[in-house]
Ligand binder design. Structure first.
Ligand code: ADP
Ligand code: MG
Length: 225
């Protein structure tokens, strides 16, 4: 089964959130075997899981969450080999930290089957995402034999109020750049909703499934078919 990496060098774009929401969707709605590996020192998923085990019982969890500390390039590479070989029956979802320069994360991007890159339409986020795309391109040039991920961009945390015509035009231009320059597909957006903030690692609420349904059904097509 594929190894899916949620990455963008910008923090706060929804990498951990979407990783968990998609893990809940695959395990709860699609009945798939899923494992989540968190590599961000913030351990937000891991801490949430501890709470969820207390609330619903450890034995009821539908997937495992592991925290893995990235400390050397070799260990990161070994982790990806393990994901592909030892966990080959699972969909492995990896939450990658921001700050991709010095955290030994290159192997995660090189060996991933899918790179899911959440972003928002804000100048700083767009700048960082552009840098991230450059990093991906550079890595691809360095490792053309091994690196061949499908890259999927997800506009996340989008204000549900319709923007002005000009704003909408700008968004479309951004999406176009990611498609052409970023070598990937732009998936349907996910709105900014309070329900997304009430996320746990046990299962999605109906509202959470609804909020993510357009995006996740596209994702499912790539990942499950
Ligand atoms: N679609 C959304 N609607 C509302 N809040 C969101 C949404 N996506 C992310 N958030 C919130 O934004 C913050 C940053 O998200 P997080 O997943 O931690 O980002 P990252 O892992 O990229 O640093 C969190 O507080 C999260 O609850
Ligand atoms: Mg995070």
């Amino acid at each position: 089964m594929p190894v899916i990496v949620f990455a963008n060098q910008k923090g706060g774009v929804g990498k951990s959130t979407l990783a968990v929401m998609y893990a809940n969707h695959l395990s709860g709605v699609k009945n798939k075997r899923v494992t989540v590996w968190e590599t961000d020192v913030q351990k937000s998923i891991y801490e949430q899981r501890k709470d969820d085990e207390l609330t619903w019982g450890k034995e009821n969890m539908k997937y495992d969450v592991h925290y893995i500390q990235l400390d050397t390039l070799q260990n990161s590479e070994a982790m990806m080999v393990e994901a592909k070989e030892v966990y080959k029956d699972d969909i492995v979802i990896i939450d990658v930290p921001g700050n991709i320069t010095d955290n030994y994360i290159a192997p995660l991007l090189i060996y991933a089957d899918f790179i899911i890159c959440p972003y928002m339409y804000e100048t700083k986020v767009l700048q960082s995402t552009t840098t991230f795309i450059k990093v991906l391109k550079k890595l691809k040039k360095m490792f053309p034999e091994v690196m061949n991920p499908k890259i999927l961009y997800v506009p996340n945390n989008i204000d549900p109020r319709e923007g002005t015509t000009k704003e909408l035009e700008q968004r479309m231009q951004v999406d176009d750049i990611f498609r052409k320059n970023g070598g990937g597909e732009v998936l349907p957006k996910i709105h900014q909703r309070a329900d997304v903030k009430r996320l746990n690692t046990y299962m999605n609420t109906q509202k959470q499934e609804y909020i993510s349904s357009a995006c996740f059904s596209q994702l499912d097509k790539h990942i499950l078919e």
